[in-house]
Write a protein that binds this ligand. Structure first.
Ligand code: SAM
Length: 310
């Protein structure tokens, strides 16, 4: 697999998030600081709305539960701005929370640069200990690691202050799918074994074939990258087995059509559906059927189960 193509997906995602947020699908004052604006097709904007909003709802539910300290670990965070949005719009949710983002050094380096360049972001992070590629502040860290190197991931999470006995939410938004199962599985296994109270949210591609049995290669978020991971977990049931095998006792996997129609709040969804002229409903359903949202919870107290159940 070509690491440069995989890394380039970080700016694709940032650009799509800027397009959708600027059109009003959600509010993000930081998106324009991490990407330049190119308006995307309505199909893409609506897909990103479903992706970002469903993850955000789950994250808010986790952060809003009534326990003390919490941790969020974002794998392959790219140029995502969720932490800055939370910090400025919902600071109460980040109380006693350590939020750690990880990505390749090349990506974290560019994020460090952009965070320093934009005053609004720098103010949001506060006093920071930083070098060219990493940052650590009160309640936030940006760590550089290749997620395929488990010992580096472990070392960086320790550096960031992660404590495996504290309730932890791990987020992988279009990330594990770029890794061969021989690398992603040990990582999931480790979260499943080392962390006492742990939940994982995964958003990624499934069903690599179309109705004619052809492999979908022309997919905007894959950039021609290797599809091995998707072939290893082609259906929701395979995703289920993948996390159950790592000790996650409660696993839900929904395709994004189900998430869109059954999970997103109806009134809000209807309002967003009026933002743009939309002629591509059939294509939208087809595309959304190739993405899923997984919520896997390990040894969760009833508190976490009720917080994260779809
Ligand atoms: N999660 C972000 C978002 O949704 O905006 C970025 C998604 S982008 C499609 C995939 C991200 O995963 C990229 O930033 C890429 O660098 C990162 N990634 C993929 N494989 C990785 C690996 N082995 N180690 C570290 N980061 C990785």
């Amino acid at each position: 697999m070509n690491d440069a193509s995989v890394q380039a997906t970080a700016s694709d995602a940032a650009s799509c998030k800027l397009s959708a947020s600027r059109l009003g699908y959600w509010i993000d004052p930081f998106a324009s600081m991490f990407s330049s604006f190119h308006r995307k097709m309505p199909l893409i904007n609506r897909g990103y709305y479903a992706r970002v909003r469903s993850i955000e709802l789950l994250l808010h539910r986790f952060l809003g539960t009534n326990s003390n300290a919490k941790q969020v670990i974002v794998l392959g965070a790219g140029q995502d701005t969720m932490f800055f949005r939370l910090k400025t719009m919902h600071p109460e949710l980040l109380k006693d929370t350590l939020y750690v983002e990880m990505d390749f050094p090349m990506i974290t380096k560019s994020k460090v640069r952009l965070c320093r360049r934009h005053k609004a972001v720098a103010e949001c992070i506060g006093e920071v200990e930083t070098n060219e590629i990493e940052m650590k502040a009160q309640g936030y860290a940006l760590a550089a690691a290749d997620l395929r190197e488990l010992s580096t991931v472990q070392e960086k999470l320790t550096w960031a202050g992660i404590d495996p006995t504290i309730p932890t939410l791990v987020l992988s938004e279009c990330v594990l799918c770029y890794m061969e199962p021989e690398y992603s599985q040990p990582l999931i296994d480790w979260f499943g074994s080392a962390f006492t109270d742990c939940a994982i949210i995964v958003y990624e591609q499934i069903r690599p074939h179309d109705a004619f049995g052809q492999t979908m290669v022309e997919n905007i978020s894959l950039r021609g990258c290797d599809l091995k991971s998707i072939h290893a977990y082609p259906e929701p049931e395979d995703q289920h087995k993948r996390f159950a095998a790592s000790g996650f006792g409660h696993v839900e996997c929904w395709d994004m059509n189900r998430v869109y129609y059954e999970y997103l709040p109806l009134d809000e969804r209807r309002q967003k559906e009026h933002l743009e002229l939309f002629d591509e409903l059939e294509e939208y359903h087809m595309l959304q059927g190739h993405y899923c949202l997984v919520v896997a919870v390990k040894n969760a107290t009833s508190l976490y189960m009720s917080a994260l159940e779809l």
